[in-house]
Design a binder for this molecule. Sequence first.
Ligand code: HEC
Ligand code: HEC
Length: 405
Amino acid sequence: MRSRILLGIIAFVGLSVGCSKLVPQAPESNTVLAEPLADLTQNQLTKHLIGDVLFAKQYTSDEGLGPIFVQSACENCHAGDGKGSKFNTVVRFGYYNADSTWNEALDIGGPQLQPRAIANYTAESVPNNVMSANLLPMNVTGLGYFEAVEDQYLLGLVAEQAADGKVSGRLNYLDPPSYFEPIKTRIPTNGQYIGRFGRKSSSVNLAHRVTVALVEDMGLTSDNDTQDPINFGVGENVSDGAPDPEISSGDFDALMFYMRTLEAPRRRDADNDDVMAGEQLFTAVGCANCHRATMETGSSEFTALNNVEFYPYSDLLIHEMGPELDDGYTEGNVATSEWRTPPLWGVGLQTESQGGELYLLHDGRASTYDEAIQYHGGEAEFAKDIYNFLDDDNKELIFTFLNSL
Ligand code: HEC
Ligand code: HEC
């Protein structure tokens, strides 16, 4: 079976690749991770730019930072709107109750560690006897496309994969936060909604993710969540001194707007022969079963996001990835070894936002593409095995393709 697939692949690569795709001209590389969507009106562009400034703003304790926090600005972790480095991961933790349900450890400072504190207050440390994971910040570009994908489309992908039998992606259903306002294309099951943001899809929409980012990463309260994080070992004896909500609704809206309207990273060299050969291999090996080249949005108020095909190299589904990627930590109904397929768009530009280094996978443990692939197991074991049959030149073609994303 395997050797037949391998022969097929070799024949495949032997083909000369003739067709060329229509791609946008490559812009200056240092701008590709921070562009607004095309076709924004002047007013929308202004709002986008206000959000951009807030994303980079360093908050102080007078403005509401803390009393405990991880960083003082979104951009400190999401440098250049791209991925953070191994040195600014967040630590999340929890533990299993006696009845095997997951406990977010809220009463002992979970689910996220805030290792820094404002003056005269004590930072947290990870309690004993919990399971934890380090999570690397994610690209925040192109998220408007993900939000505009309809639930029906995701359910279709789950059904397609189940019928196909190669991989078996699924969805994380969550109890939505009180401020969640479902649009009509969201399809609840027993009152729960599909999660789509975060490494384990534990946020139902961007408003949810941004609310959590503000409070858990920076100790900033908003209309959606007026409760500052505190160190339970110390109590509420010192506050950050700022009245709640610390972020005005106008600032929250602008930040959200910025997240919705950042363009996806653009491809470079997509019509290069080696890049095209690499993409064919990527598909033939089975990588594209999860890292899907194309997805489609439903209707959107933004022309650029309205019923369009886009190219994330992800399926936005949760997959079982085997024991090596199992940190014993989970969120929602996702198993400890399950992760949402990360989009690979922008992966070739990633070193620019990671200080010249490459940090891959949920905690940044891999520093080369090959290393990241070797950690793939579970549903991706088969694709990895086929990849490992390739000779170095063919592996290199896959890397060349990844660098074009
Ligand atoms: C301390 C570092 C840190 C800071 C500060 C931070 N983030 Fe993040 N961000 C992360 C990490 C880590 C993840 C992945 C977490 C997860 O899986 O839930 C993430 C994920 C996200 C996502 C989800 C992306 C996706 O594809 O699902 C969004 C949106 C986001 N952050 C926005 C923000 C905003 C807005 C701010 C500022 C208010 C912010 N972040 C501040 C570390 C940070
Ligand atoms: C079963 C689904 C699946 C298949 C098949 C699969 N991947 Fe992945 N891939 C994932 C998931 C899920 C992650 C995230 C794992 C984590 O963060 O720990 C990932 C992570 C990655 C990353 C790191 C991305 C980043 O930003 O950190 C790369 C690169 C990658 N995959 C390439 C490949 C290649 C090349 C193949 C084919 C040999 C492949 N993948 C096959 C699901 C899959």
